[in-house]
Ligand binder design. Structure first.
Ligand SMILES: [Zn+2]
Length: 266
């Protein structure tokens, strides 16, 4: 299991495939970063993605997956498993995978490049624990998301792991809140950092994670359709025809994010 939410190089290393390929993911990132920085003509006041062509809708790129497994079967509640356990397990896993995916582009998601938490033409604000609206940059917003989710999934009162401990009555609404925030991060990666993700050849990972996450959220009504409308065009391209990878796939196999991270001690 991954600890913390920082964009630690170790997190990045986990995403590099294969891990023993000589070049570390960090080295690749640095090289790509140099190329991308050179190509950026106007570093200041740049409005990422929203005004650019949505490369992530390109049919060829949208086909890319790291597995061709049937996500609809993968997300369904298995018999004999408690619903809350299933939600907890998957939510925790999605948190780690979204965190990991974001960490691969976090060095490009700076206060200068992403002055607001924007997704296409929508802008998000963080609300602190007192409900006060906080204006923040995208990296700050993501940090708020990851810190708050990390706090929740490691809180024994909210995500109990000890035998005999019950889930709180607010559990479902907390899971919905986590999913909403994780969706914002995924959507931001697509809308503002798809170019970098593509340069790193991690778009297959991103597509796979997105499809798995969206189908899971759909299965348990965890995301408000109004919330996800901002990415409806992508969702349509990636998720129509259910989970089976749109016929593409990079042939790497290995399955999507599992649900093994939240196991009760018996
Ligand atoms: Zn960003």
């Amino acid at each position: 299991m991954l600890g913390g939410h920082s964009s630690h190089p170790a997190d990045r290393a986990l995403l590099s495939q294969p891990p023993k390929a000589g070049l570390s993911c960090k080295m690749v990132l640095q090289a790509v970063g140099k190329v991308l920085r050179k190509s950026k003509a106007k570093p200041n006041g740049k409005k990422p993605a929203s005004e650019e062509k949505k490369a992530y809708l390109d049919p060829e790129l949208a086909k890319s997956r790291i597995t061709d497994c049937e996500f609809k079967e993968l997300v369904a509640l298995p018999r004999e498993i408690d619903l809350n356990e299933w939600l907890a397990s998957n939510t925790t896993t999605f948190f780690h995978h979204v965190n990991l995916q974001y960490s691969t582009v976090s060095e490009f998601c700076t206060a200068e490049a992403c002055q607001t938490m924007a997704v296409c033409n929508t802008q998000y604000y963080w609300y602190d624990e007192r409900g006060k609206k906080v204006k923040c940059t995208a990296p700050q917003y993501v940090d708020f998301v990851m810190s708050s989710v990390q706090k929740l999934v490691t809180d024994e009162d909210v995500f109990p792991t000890k035998y005999g401990r019950e889930f709180p009555s607010s559990f479902e609404s907390l899971v919905k809140r986590i999913c909403r925030h994780l969706f914002h991060v995924l959507a931001h990666i697509y809308s503002s950092h798809f170019k970098e993700t593509l340069a790193l050849e991690l778009h297959g990972h991103l597509n796979t994670l997105y499809v798995h996450f969206i189908l899971f959220a759909r299965e348990f009504n965890l995301l408000d359709p109004k919330e996800t409308a901002v990415m409806d065009d992508l969702t349509e391209v990636l998720c129509s025809g259910a989970g089976r990878g749109g016929g593409g796939g990079d042939g790497a196999g290995g399955g999507g994010p599992g649900a093994q991270n939240h196991v009760k001690e018996r």
